[in-house]
Design a protein around this ligand. Structure first.
Ligand SMILES: [Zn+2]
Length: 135
């Protein structure tokens, strides 16, 4: 884990909360911030309402990108939960990772998860885990 991603603590707490609230359906959304530090969470609707896949509808996604720009922030990450499987990118997560510069966060809603929040860089079908630095 050579690369790091910096995240405000309140965002990490909120991610776990979102994953638990969503229960058996994968939650999803975007993460934004400035200076490489994630400070904002933008929860989205999982258009697939699935336990194993997620999709943010294009209209909602572009609305988020406009909002992020309007606030002078950068789009730094994408998150979703894995209610039923381990917190590692699935085959479809890797196939559909369209943002090579973003950090992909995967959250487990399970109370016994050893690491409820993990982050990955996914580029050219390669997955690299990132070290999350809470600040
Ligand atoms: Zn996934």
């Amino acid at each position: 884990m050579s690369q790091k991603i910096r995240v405000r603590r309140h965002v990490l707490a909120r991610l776990v909360k979102e994953a638990r609230r969503s229960g058996e359906i994968e939650c999803c959304g975007l993460l934004a911030g400035a200076g490489g530090v994630i400070s904002e969470i933008l929860p989205a609707r999982n258009a697939l309402a699935s336990a194993t896949k997620y999709e943010i509808a294009a209209e909602e996604l572009f609305g988020f990108f406009r909002k992020i720009r309007a606030h002078g922030l950068d789009h730094l990450g994408i998150y979703h939960s894995h209610p039923a499987t381990e917190s590692f990118p699935s085959t479809s997560d890797i196939e559909r990772a369209y943002y090579p510069d973003a950090a992909y966060f995967i959250i487990s809603p399970r109370a016994d998860a050893p690491r409820p929040v993990r982050a990955f860089r996914i580029a050219e079908s390669r997955v690299e885990e990132l070290e999350i630095v809470a600040e």
